[in-house]
Design a protein around this ligand. Structure first.
Ligand code: ADP
Length: 267
């Protein structure tokens, strides 16, 4: 048997290598450019789809509002139909807005007005406005944020309000009458950990991470009459990541859930 001769691979010289490097980086920058163009086209498409969907929906909404105020439509049957239509229109509007926001967040083109915000005051304001909201009249709202929490967080206050509102609305949706919903914040090194805790139905262990995925809805948790899109926590997570923060959840079925948000902060 003849022994196969070992052939030493030919080494490329420096010029050949640097030529290849230039070519590869050119290809890479062309691919990058294509990607940017595709992303811009996708953004335009979603902007125009959501605009095209919003306009007829607004027209239908106005017509339903007009009909609801007319005497000819005051019979019990007609007004209950109009009420049902108004509810469906709200759900659709909510869904279109959520999809649009999620796409803008994905493409880094959502309106983000990041600035240092005094967190203690911000959380108090948020809490007091929910206390006045009749939605929570049969829930116990608890503010546990320490009065001397004097830290600044770089965030967009309108988007942060949306995050907390989503956590509070979920705490309401997935709990029963007389449940407790509490808002807390603690300092840990250079981070602040905000938590929204409820004594509601809880989340099964296997779903704790899935709840942050798009369109994930626990079928058994569907509350009759409460609209669910399954986008709320995906949007929440994306906003928090835009603030360089993290979000996670701990929960026990039948006892309740606690959503934690950690954010970098400065004294
Ligand atoms: P939506 O509430 O519109 O369905 P979310 O993304 O906000 O969408 O939530 C996803 C799923 O996570 C919900 O369908 C629900 O099953 C579960 N979930 C969220 N928050 C809570 C909570 N506080 N308690 C129990 N389940 C919750």
């Amino acid at each position: 048997m003849t022994k196969k001769k070992f052939e030493r691979p030919q080494l490329k010289n420096v010029e050949e290598l640097s030529e290849e490097l230039v070519l590869t980086s050119l290809k890479l920058s062309q691919a990058n450019q294509r990607l940017r163009e595709e992303q811009a086209a996708r953004n335009d498409m979603f902007t125009s789809i959501s605009h095209d969907l919003r306009s007829p929906l607004t027209a239908i909404k106005n017509a339903v509002e007009l009909l609801s105020s007319m005497e000819e439509c005051s019979s019990e049957k007609v007004s209950s139909l109009l009420k049902m239509m108004a509810g469906r229109i709200d759900t659709l509007e909510h869904l279109i807005n959520d999809i649009f926001l999620l796409v803008s967040l994905d493409n880094n083109c959502a309106k983000m007005d990041l600035k240092p915000i005094q967190l203690g005051f911000f959380l108090e304001d948020f809490f007091f406005s929910r206390e006045e909201d009749s939605l929570y009249k049969d829930r116990n709202l608890e503010l546990l944020v320490p009065e001397d929490l004097d830290v600044y967080v770089n965030m967009d206050p309108a988007q942060m309000e949306r995050v907390l509102d989503n956590l509070f609305t979920n705490a309401y949706k997935y709990s029963d009458k007389d449940a407790t919903i509490s808002l807390d914040a603690t300092l840990k090194d250079n981070e602040v950990i905000i938590s929204v805790k409820d004594t509601g139905i809880g989340i099964a262990k296997e779903n704790l991470e899935k709840v942050f995925e798009r369109c994930f809805i626990v079928e058994t948790a569907r509350t009759p009459g409460v609209s669910s899109t399954g986008f709320g926590l995906a949007i929440t997570k994306s906003i928090i990541e835009h603030f360089n923060g993290k979000i996670w959840c701990e929960s026990t079925l039948g006892e309740g859930s606690c959503f934690y948000i950690s954010l970098p902060c400065e004294p």
